[in-house]
Design a binder for this molecule. Sequence first.
Ligand SMILES: C[S@@+](CC[C@H](N)C(=O)[O-])C[C@H]1O[C@@H](n2cnc3c(N)ncnc32)[C@H](O)[C@@H]1O
Length: 220
Amino acid sequence: MSDQISDSEKVKSTFDSYAKKFDAIYEPSERKTTFDRWIDTKFRKSMYLRFEKTLNSIDTKEVQSVLDIGCGSGRYAVQFLKIDKSVTGIDMAEEMIKLAEQTCQQEFPTGNTKFICDNYFEHPFNEKFDAAVLMGVFDYIEDPARLLNKAKNETNKMILGSFPKSEGFLNSIRKIRYFLKGCPLYYHSKEALDNMLRSCGFKNYQILDNDREYFVKINL
Ligand SMILES: C[S@@+](CC[C@H](N)C(=O)[O-])C[C@H]1O[C@@H](n2cnc3c(N)ncnc32)[C@H](O)[C@@H]1O
């Protein structure tokens, strides 16, 4: 338990100090340097693909409210607002929450949003959301089943998540970078993911290949 708490502290401080740079990844490519554009095509394909897949999945009449867990700088949240969803975002990094509030206020001031700065594990919700979105979050979670079980209790229809793959040269390099930063990082094989989803009692789910990660869509 104490390890879990100290891991959370490391993730929180990593994203507090990285918030602005992380957010800049979502800037339109014409505002980026040639080098950053090269990094995008070489290393960030899965990030952009998951963004598209998530918006396509959420853009359905059956989803009206979204819980964005590990919402980061709010780039997903603002798109959900633009397709007429209400959004509750939670992130334990304060700097991320500040950016999320700012972006939604600037780009969609009339949207129905609420942002909470807290560790999701420690924040009980007493309402249920139509969909829960967990993009780029399971990378930092030692016990994904615990997180999914909590999300399952707070969601009515759909859970979407990304899970980095355990194989691949680029993922090995990433592991070293995170080790040097002192930030925990967890990878998943398709088989382990499948077992874990079944152990949580999910029956209707898809594990889609998404370049360096798996994109998981669970229908409840
Ligand atoms: C890579 S960022 C992804 C942000 C956003 N979902 C996106 O894809 O643009 C991961 C975020 O998850 C947050 N996070 C990780 N574990 C969390 C937890 N247990 N509770 C709340 N936030 C968490 C981090 O603070 C970080 O901002």
